[in-house]
Design a protein around this ligand. Structure first.
Ligand SMILES: [Zn+2]
Length: 464
């Protein structure tokens, strides 16, 4: 099923001074898609980053008015940027900038050169659109192919993609990566669970790509239908929403697979900006394409390795929509510690929260992932909803949790005891009192795409 490559596609010229970027790779070694890149020395990676950043800053300055004006305001000229050590001199880009510049303001190439548009699922205000040239799509495919190989994939696999297709980047990203690898791709898109399971069993899907909440839902549905021993899945690549280690173990156990995390965002390209390897402890960032920084979200100061802060990306190889120092709002930690998989690219933790969807309840920072981890620890499925209300200036947090089928037949006393145990577990984790309601199975609306975990009814920002 391997696609044909031209000779030059499968080699990397390590000594190139022309900043040549090579598409495609080889999974011949089984372990890496592009071994020369994924296991390059830190010095080599830094050299690529230096060369590409210098070129990218010039490209952006020459072609994007917003960046030219911002750099002029800061008194920074493209020639002042000689490498990664000068990155801090460049302006940040925020999601508001992307909205303000909608649709063409940040486009750095002629529209004729673009072949694709994707968009974020913006819930408020104007959407964010991102443009891609064929070169941009090729590099994105490589990044996703690296992720699939890191999850144990090869051209022999059947890759079942049930991320949504369309404007959302999830479907197209993993689809492109699977093609690039030469695997057999099943472009299922999301929804229609019966068909998903039928194709999965009939066509022998081996790698599942979707959101973790949908993977959990599929696992539940497969077990319900007694199909567990009919599936051939060995791995899953799950991203596009926050999930906990407990949820990973739950999915792995139910489906009998290894579950890998993948990270990305439309603004930077899509899934595959970083991905997990066999160590399953953080995601390798594709540093030959993206320079990562972690900053203090309040001051913008760059933080050293190991410190928690807001993740910032500069895309150094994109042509159409290259962003400088894009503030992701994801709170992460970076680590250059040696990884047992042999990859040398820096690792980021799973986002530990979003600086913009963190809840502040009774003055305490609450991340939905903390609540999820308490539920899973006490044996509940990750089917829950957090409702926050405010009455007489006092916050109230209520967590609705679905019982398992077995729990439904328990006595009222037993269920009361369960609720008390959850309240106590949540108090321990959050430091505040949360009300807990156990509800019958299937009460909480399941989303086949992203799960809505939080309903904040306080309208905190309305009167400001
Ligand atoms: Zn690794």
């Amino acid at each position: 099923m391997r696609k044909e490559y031209r000779e030059e596609d499968v080699s990397v010229d390590r000594n190139s001074t022309k900043n040549k970027i090579v598409y495609g790779g080889t999974a011949f070694m089984g372990k890496y898609f592009q071994p020369e890149i994924e296991t390059a020395s830190q010095d080599q990676i830094r050299q690529w980053q230096n060369e590409r950043l210098v070129k990218q800053v010039k490209h952006v300055y020459d072609n994007v008015k917003m960046y030219r004006e911002r750099m002029d305001e800061l008194g920074v000229k493209p020639e002042d940027i000689k490498g990664v050590e000068d990155l801090h001199k460049l302006p940040f880009t925020t999601k508001d900038d992307l909205r303000d510049q909608y649709p063409y303001g940040l486009l750095a190439t002629s529209l004729d050169n673009c072949v694709r548009i994707h968009s974020t699922s913006g819930t408020t205000g104007r959407r964010v659109v991102a443009f891609y040239t064929q070169h941009d799509l090729d590099l994105w495919d490589d990044c996703c192919a690296r992720a699939i190989v890191a999850a144990g994939g090869s051209e022999k696999d059947v890759v079942h993609v049930c991320y949504g297709y369309g404007l959302f980047t999830g479907g197209s990203g993993l689809h492109g990566g699977s093609h690039r690898l030469g695997a057999l791709t099943l472009p299922m898109s999301s929804g229609n669970t019966d068909r998903q399971i039928q194709f999965m069993t009939d066509l022998g899907s081996t790698i599942l790509c979707c959101t973790p909440s949908y993977a959990a839902y599929l696992a539940e549905s497969i077990i319900e239908r007694g199909m567990r021993d009919k599936i051939k899945l060995k791995a899953g690549i799950f991203g596009a929403e926050a999930w906990t280690e407990e949820m990973r173990h739950d999915i792995e156990k139910k489906l009998g697979i290894k579950a890998y995390d993948i990270y990305g965002l439309t603004e930077i390209s899509g899934p595959g900006v970083s991905f997990e390897c066999e160590e399953q402890s953080g995601m390798h960032i594709n540093e030959d394409h993206f320079i990562a920084e972690v900053i203090d979200p309040k001051t913008g100061e760059v933080l050293p390795d190991g410190e928690k802060g807001e993740l910032v990306f500069t895309s150094i190889t994109k042509e159409a929509f290259p962003l400088l120092r894009y503030r992701t709002r994801d709170i992460c930690i970076l680590s250059h510690k040696k990884c047992s998989c042999g990859r040398t690219h820096v690792k980021m933790t799973k986002p530990l929260g979003r600086s913009d969807d963190m809840l502040i309840v009774k003055g305490v920072n609450v991340f939905p992932s903390q609540i999820e981890s308490v539920l899973l620890n006490q044996g509940y499925d990750p089917n829950y909803q957090i409702v926050v209300t405010r009455k007489n200036n006092s916050d109230n947090i209520k967590v609705q949790v679905e019982m398992s089928d077995a729990m439904v037949s328990e006595s009222a006393d037993q269920l009361n005891a369960r609720e008390k145990k959850l309240v106590s577990g949540l108090k321990g984790m959050l430091g505040i009192l949360a009300e807990v309601n156990l509800v019958v199975p299937k009460t909480i609306t399941r989303s086949e795409g992203k799960a809505v975990r939080v309903i904040d009814m306080r309208n905190l920002y309305e009167n400001k």
